[in-house]
Design a protein around this ligand. Structure first.
Ligand code: SF4
Length: 265
């Protein structure tokens, strides 16, 4: 872990929290806390600071195309070289952060920088929390808790990662069976499923994510606070219909059919 403190006259919008080997495959990665001053404009999440984890030695789009994104995404089925339905928009926003990183625009930082930000925190906007050392994850979440700051976190490698992450992070699940397995392992699932499966998931005890596109009366992640693992006051898992670009939703449906997982008609 290469964390160093540096004096800065004015708050910076992004800092490097980690540069070093991936906890997944040992390849070089970087974790950058961004939007610390100017929050993200994502309609669903609302204004949040965020953590972006990516390969430090290659452009994120190249990593996606070659499968080298395994260092930060693990074996996630949504990767392009697997079933290609990940909804993260890597093209522009993540590429911009990578370019700024390569241009030396981000100083080294610490979890203090997250605490000083006025915004709640989205861990792993891109990349799995488990890609960075577990000790750093513990530091990040301890800092968020001690400053009473809310966060969201989602982990795709929940079966194999340090199980201590279940305390702070949701288990990203792609089928009802996945969600049931995650629950049996002590995780709260965040289930992305087919729209017609939402009711069944609710019958099994999951809560529907309250956010609705274009409905300002529904909460955004920044004020909902239900996707913070087992620290949340809500013990039920969350379900939401798969979303994103049309071709990605199509790829998700095809993945489900290929995997012969249950599709409710
Ligand atoms: S349940 Fe709340 S925190 Fe989780 S995705 Fe939905 S709005 Fe965001």
């Amino acid at each position: 872990m290469t964390q160093t403190k540096r004096r800065r006259s004015a708050p910076t919008n992004g800092v490097i929290l980690y540069e070093g080997p991936s906890a997944i495959d040992g390849k070089p990665i970087v974790a950058i806390a961004t939007c610390l001053v100017h929050p993200s404009k994502n309609d669903k999440t609302g204004p949040m600071a965020q953590l972006i984890i990516m390969r430090s030695d290659m452009h994120p789009v190249d990593a996606i195309n070659t499968g080298d994104d395994e260092s930060i995404c693990g074996s996630c089925r949504a990767r392009k070289t697997n079933d290609n339905w990940c909804y993260v928009l890597v093209g522009k926003p993540i590429s911009q952060v990578y370019r700024a990183y390569k241009d030396g625009k981000y100083p080294k930082g610490t979890t203090d920088d997250i605490i000083k930000s006025r915004w709640s925190f989205r861990h792993g906007t891109y990349g799995n929390p488990s890609a960075i050392p577990f000790e750093l994850n513990k530091e990040i979440f301890a800092a968020l808790e001690s400053s009473r700051k809310s966060w969201t976190a989602y982990e795709h490698e929940w079966r194999t990662c340090d199980q201590g992450l279940a305390e702070f992070s949701m288990a990203s699940c792609e089928s009802i069976e996945d969600a049931q397995e995650a629950i049996s392992m002590g995780w709260r699932p965040y289930l992305s499923c087919l729209p017609e499966e939402v009711e069944l998931a609710k019958e099994l005890g999951l809560l529907r994510c309250p956010y609705r596109l274009h409905d300002a009366s529904t909460p955004q992640c920044s004020d909902c606070n239900m996707c913070s693992g087992n620290t949340s006051k809500v013990s039920a898992g969350i379900v939401a219909p798969v979303h994103g670009a049309n071709y990605k939703v199509r790829n998700y449906v095809e993945m489900r059919e290929r995997a012969s997982l249950r599709v409710i008609q």
